[in-house]
Design a protein around this ligand. Structure first.
Ligand code: NAD
Ligand code: 44H
Length: 544
């Protein structure tokens, strides 16, 4: 028996149910027709978390009858995802939920009504998106496009060439990602200044503000260059018309894993293989994710919204979202992840859960979370920081059934250090009660990142660095260093000074903050020879 993940294949629902899959319980064809006629929800970024979280939310609302339309997904960065994975499977995907007790739940998610590859602004798919953006029924766009997706500048602080070109050319011939989004909003403005919510659900601090600032930059440039009708900028800046709610999203969604692929194939699924696209997205007909999930959202939707609270989303005010997001991204989850990512790559781990069996690494992340991070967390009231971190460190990250890898989490580390660690350092600097001398583990992570950038593991073997937009800028600082032949401490201090003082990477100027010596000491120690990273961490954590 072979299970084909297509609309036709799903018709044999008995076979799917016999193989243990939960299926959409609504009339999918009717849902697709309704959604195309009266679209409500567009999502940008067709990656794994979208299919595991937002698309499954839509499915739950459809299943329980609290909403009648699905999601339209737009992919403007890596359109291979759409062409090679969504379209061959009629926009269906399988969500494999990996529970901490080892059991596995398999769900066919059918809530994606349409998938659009918007690589160029003159494509039919982009024309369709423009049409969608003029509809009265459209209520919101959500985003999972990674933090760098919102960035208009390069590492040197200069406008990206595509952004500068779009600023000069106007909304009719955009090529940059945010330029395309801004031109869609311009369509909505021209169609009668229709209300709308733009909802970033990426892991970045003040994500709504980030999205708003990026789009406002286009609107300002276009108005200044007289490329749009007057009023577009005011429309974007009028919260009664266009809102940019802040959110906190949490659900560990590893890349599709070979072990899950095997289970599904043994279960009869045809064509379960994952691929890595040329833009480095790991994608398969299935996504694998943990069961635990949180989406905390500022409740500001000028044109209304689907009842996502029926699927567990928590709606609240901006201040509460902010506290919750800081709790998770700056302290209770993501810094621990990044520490395990950097040292996992150096110490040859391929699973985060395996790293948690190493007492030194466990102690390191416990120190970062409980001792160095927790004192600066403001309790958001809706989730307890202590309980949250307990769950992360004792249940979620060590879950042996979660195939999460340090290599995935090490992606874009240069973009993450500032929010994941810099905010804590800033709080220490600002507090008369807290002492910077208590920050011991965080500087070691920075040292670990410098050591990671050498692309040589703790055995002295070369490894491939995960993609990162700043690699070309930051690697040259360390790439000539040799393990076992450490550079002189003074010379190293001078060579690394421009990097260590770069507040755009670390959140603060580490030299000014008085932390650079601690980073350098740990880095020099990690350079001593094979095994030096493990030795440095063992010596450091022995003092905790
Ligand atoms: N995976 C998780 O555990 C998880 C959990 C919570 C939040 N998130 C957030 O979601 C984001 C995406 O995670 P994912 O698991 O879907 O990753 P993924 O690699 O599966 O997909 C990445 C998505 O971002 C797009 N993208 C990448 N670079 C881009 C750029 N420069 N401009 C525009 N789009 C770009 C890709 O085309 C793709 O749609 C993360 O960066 C994070 O902010 C992820
Ligand atoms: O998704 P990123 O690249 O921002 O960060 C990698 C992980 O830390 C992240 O995806 C976590 O799994 C997620 O934040 C859990 O909610």
């Amino acid at each position: 028996m072979s299970l084909n993940l297509t609309a036709a294949g799903l018709a044999d629902h008995k076979a799917w149910e016999a193989a243990g899959y939960a299926l959409p319980s609504y009339d999918r064809e009717a849902m697709i027709t309704r959604t195309k006629e009266s679209p409500c929800w567009v999502h940008f970024g067709a990656g794994n978390i979208f299919r595991a979280f937002q698309a499954n939310t839509a499915q739950e609302l459809l299943n329980n009858g609290t909403f009648d339309r699905g999601v339209i997904v737009a992919e403007g960065f890596d359109t291979e995802i759409i062409r090679d994975m969504y379209q061959p499977h009629d926009n269906l995907s399988i969500l494999v939920t990996l529970k901490a007790d080892g059991s596995v739940e398999k769900t066919v998610v059918g809530s994606i009504a349409e998938s659009l590859a918007t690589d160029t602004a003159d494509s039919p798919d982009f024309a369709r998106l423009k049409e969608i953006f003029t509809k009265d029924s459209l209520q919101m766009a959500t985003f999972t496009i990674t933090e760098k997706g919102y960035s208009l500048k390069n590492g040197a602080g200069e406008l990206l060439p595509s952004v500068a070109a779009d600023f000069a050319a106007g909304p009719s011939s955009v090529t940059s990602y945010m330029g395309k989004v801004a031109s869609l909003l311009y369509e909505r403005f021209l169609a009668g200044e229709k209300p709308f919510a733009m909802v970033s659900t990426d892991n970045c601090s003040h994500n709504g503000e980030k999205l708003s600032l990026a789009l406002t930059a286009y609107a300002s440039a276009w108005e200044e260059n007289k490329l749009v009708q007057p009023g577009f900028l005011s429309y974007l800046q009028n919260p009664e018309k266009v809102s940019f709610p802040w959110t906190m999203i949490d659900k560990i969604t590893p890349r599709p894993d070979g072990s899950i692929e095997k289970i599904l194939e043994e279960n009869g699924l045809a064509d379960a293989q994952s691929i890595v696209t040329s833009r480095h997205t790991y994608v398969a007909p299935f996504v694998n994710a943990e069961e635990c999930q949180y989406l905390v959202v500022e409740d500001h939707f000028p044109n209304g919204r689907p009842p996502m609270e029926k699927s567990g989303w928590i709606f609240t005010d901006r201040e509460t979202v902010n506290k919750t997001e800081r709790m998770k991204v700056c302290t209770c989850l993501n810094p621990l992840h990044t520490a395990l990512a950097v040292f996992g790559c150096l110490l040859d781990y391929e699973l985060i859960s395996e790293e948690m069996k190493n007492p030194v690494l466990k102690k390191l992340v416990e120190r970062i979370g409980y001792i160095e991070g927790l004192p600066v967390v403001t309790d958001p009231g809706i989730l307890s920081p202590k309980q949250f971190i307990d769950e992360v460190l004792n249940i979620r990250i060590p879950n042996p059934f979660m195939p999460d890898t340090p290599q995935r989490i090490a992606t874009d580390t240069s973009q993450k250090l500032s929010i994941r660690f810099g905010e804590t350092i800033k709080s220490y600097l600002a507090s008369p009660e807290l002492s910077l001398s208590d920050l011991q583990a965080i500087p070691a992570v920075f040292a670990g990142w410098l050591r990671y950038l050498m692309g040589v593991d703790d055995n002295g073997d070369a490894f491939e660095l995960s993609p990162d937009p700043l690699l070309a800028t930051v690697r040259p600082y360390v790439q000539d260093l040799k393990l076992g032949a450490p550079a002189d401490r003074e010379t190293l201090s001078k060579t690394l000074a421009p990097l260590l003082s770069d507040a755009s990477i670390f959140g603060v100027d580490l030299i000014f903050a008085g932390l650079s010596d601690r980073v350098l000491d740990a880095f020099v120690s990690m350079l001593q020879g094979p095994g030096a990273v493990a030795d440095t961490l063992a010596a450091l954590t022995a003092q905790f």
